[in-house]
Design a protein around this ligand. Structure first.
Ligand code: G1P
Ligand code: ZN
Length: 553
């Protein structure tokens, strides 16, 4: 690898920041802003300086570094390597061309005892010059940095006056190898291998391979983002699926103009393929950085909340989980389908706020094995992030054992547990003030709603969700407005922490129908009363001027 730096190049310099940036408050998953904002001189450097001044163990520590390949990835890696060397890291592990999925990064942090990892991604947000960029910090356990740390980083950004960096230029990471930048060793590895090995340890890949070779065609859409190289290696090279199984498999800086979010709106090509009668038996897609997944069967879509419940109910079919689960967890807005399975299995089910970081303590203390969110995220104790391809393999493992269709598996599940009809309605890019007014108005109404009737039922709980972590007793208040009804139905309102334009209001709707009821309705029909009630209570269409949500899941 041709990296040689002259002495002059390795000089450590301090660069002055004319005025500190005041908008670097990390949200649900790191600092996410427009690509253009990240192009502002000193913007990226300021945030990285704040991280390096705050993260424990930087001096002589190991850092994992990579990203989803979006515009700005390579340049940011160059800057971060030079800043890491100037801050005294002893080693940085990065990948060829800096391509590294979020779950694979989590795994690398764990196996290399790194003090943390920096993942350059705005996850499922669009990329390119007109899109978004992001910086996520993960801690030494491999999971997203806890709020206490990100709060400290944010305070640091407010009074920074300079940052430390080396002058070195043109750092080459286009092939595996090692080199030094000053005293710091840089290991450039293939980012895929270790991850595939981990999947080998969890699943019976031979059995999945047998399924794929026996008239069970699948389609995987990487949406021109990070999972392409992982999925090709896995499905086409290792498991023997035909070439072409992986669609849009080359990571592109602007994701080919598409929005790398695996849902029915943004992965519509794949959805059409599966829902409108092609020969495929199974379809799946992952998001920009590879932590989300969408699962489809022939003619059917699997709601992520149902997916979590079905994976839990069938976990004994996966070698790594066959001896049982310690417990499960779901984020508060996720449907209660998994709660019913946990009850049946006699294991604990925890309800956490939105965002993967809240699962960390439960996973680290072995109180749970599997966890998930309604937002297409599922994972287990194998890493400390949600894991898109892991979920796809989990589904394929179940299907390889049960030899049934996805639709049959769904029906079997509902026939046993009943169905939690569920939908999320997103109102995107609303004027921030209007969105905050809707939210605070409903919040102020909550105490008066208790015992009022709604949708032929009555309201038993109306509050703003507050979470007490069962491991460290820390309290996180203000995590979303809950309206719970006596028949088990739930309506939740939240403001997104990951959007970059205006505000996004999320409305989550759930209604339970027992296994003797109608299990095969369109969810929007089954939830119609709840949808209308919350719209008139919160005056969403009236105040936003939108007569329909931007995205319905
Ligand atoms: C969204 C999802 C949330 C997920 C996060 C990061 O956050 O709703 O479940 O953890 O992205 O992938 P939100 O925009 O709702 O704050
Ligand atoms: Zn993501």
């Amino acid at each position: 690898m041709s990296n040689s730096f002259s002495k002059d190049n390795l000089e450590k310099i301090f660069v002055n920041i004319p005025t500190p940036f005041t908008d670097q408050k990390p949200g649900t998953s790191g600092l996410r802003k427009s690509t253009q904002q990240f192009q502002t001189p000193h913007y990226l450097e300021s945030f990285i300086e704040a991280i390096f001044q705050t993260l424990p163990g930087v001096h002589n520590g190991t850092l994992v570094l990579g990203g989803d390949g979006r515009y700005g990835n390579r340049k940011a890696i160059d800057v971060i390597l030079r800043m890491a060397a100037a801050h005294g890291f002893s080693k940085v592990i990065t990948t060829v061309d800096g391509i590294l999925s979020t779950p694979a990064a989590s795994h690398l942090i764990r196996i290399h005892d790194a003090v943390g990892g920096i993942i350059l991604s705005a996850s499922h947000n669009s990329g390119g010059l007109e899109g978004d960029f992001g910086v996520k910090l993960n801690s030494s356990n491999g999971g997203p940095a806890p709020e206490s740390l990100t709060d400290e980083i944010y305070s640091k950004t407010l009074d920074l006056s300079k940052y430390r960096i080396l002058k070195a230029q043109n750092i080459n990471i286009n092939q595996p190898g090692s080199f030094n930048i000053s005293q710091m060793l840089v290991n450039v590895i293939d980012g895929v291998e270790d991850y595939i090995e981990l999947m080998h340890d969890i699943f019976d890949l031979d059995k999945i391979s047998l399924l794929l070779k026996q008239d069970f065609p699948i389609a995987f859409d990487a949406l021109n983002a990070v999972t392409g190289p992982y999925a090709k290696r896995l499905f086409e090279d290792l498991l023997g699926a035909p070439l072409g199984t992986v669609r849009n498999g080359i990571p592109l800086e602007d994701f080919g103009g598409c929005h790398p979010d695996p849902n029915l709106t943004y992965a519509s090509q794949l959805a059409e393929l599966l829902l409108k009668g092609s020969s495929y038996c199974f379809g799946a897609a992952c998001d920009g950085d590879g932590d989300r997944n969408m699962i489809l069967g022939k003619g059917c879509f699997v709601n992520p909340s149902d997916s979590l419940a079905i994976l839990t109910a069938n976990s004994h079919l996966v070698p790594a989980y066959k001896s049982g689960l310690a417990g499960v967890a779901r984020s508060m807005p996720t449907s209660s389908a998994v709660d019913l399975v946990a009850k049946g299995l006699g294991i604990s089910c925890y309800e956490t706020p939105t965002g993967w970081k809240f699962f960390g303590n439960l996973l680290d203390s072995s109180q749970i094995t599997i966890c998930g969110e309604e937002s297409f995220g599922t994972g287990s104790h194998h890493v400390r992030e949600k894991d898109g391809l892991w979920a796809v393999l989990f589904w394929l493992q179940i299907l390889s054992e049960k030899r049934c269709s996805v639709a049959d598996l769904l029906s079997e599940h509902w026939n046993k547990y009943g169905r939690n009809y569920y939908s999320r309605h997103d109102y995107e890019s609303i004027d921030s003030e209007i969105a905050h007014n809707i939210y605070t108005r409903v919040e102020s109404m909550l105490p008066s709603l208790i015992n009022k009737s709604l949708c032929k039922s009555f309201i038993t709980v109306a509050d703003n969700f507050s979470y007490t972590d069962p491991v460290d007793n820390s309290v996180t208040p203000g995590q979303g407005l809950r309206i719970l009804l006596s028949d088990g139905s739930r309506i939740i309102l939240r403001l997104s922490g990951t959007g970059t334009k205006g505000a996004t209001l999320r409305v989550y709707l759930e209604r339970y129908v027992s296994n003797t009821g109608n299990l095969h309705q369109d969810p929007q029909v089954a939830l119609k009363d709840l949808i209308q009630s919350i719209d008139s209570l919160a005056e969403i269409s009236q105040r936003t001027g939108m007569n329909a949500p931007t995205v319905i899941t």
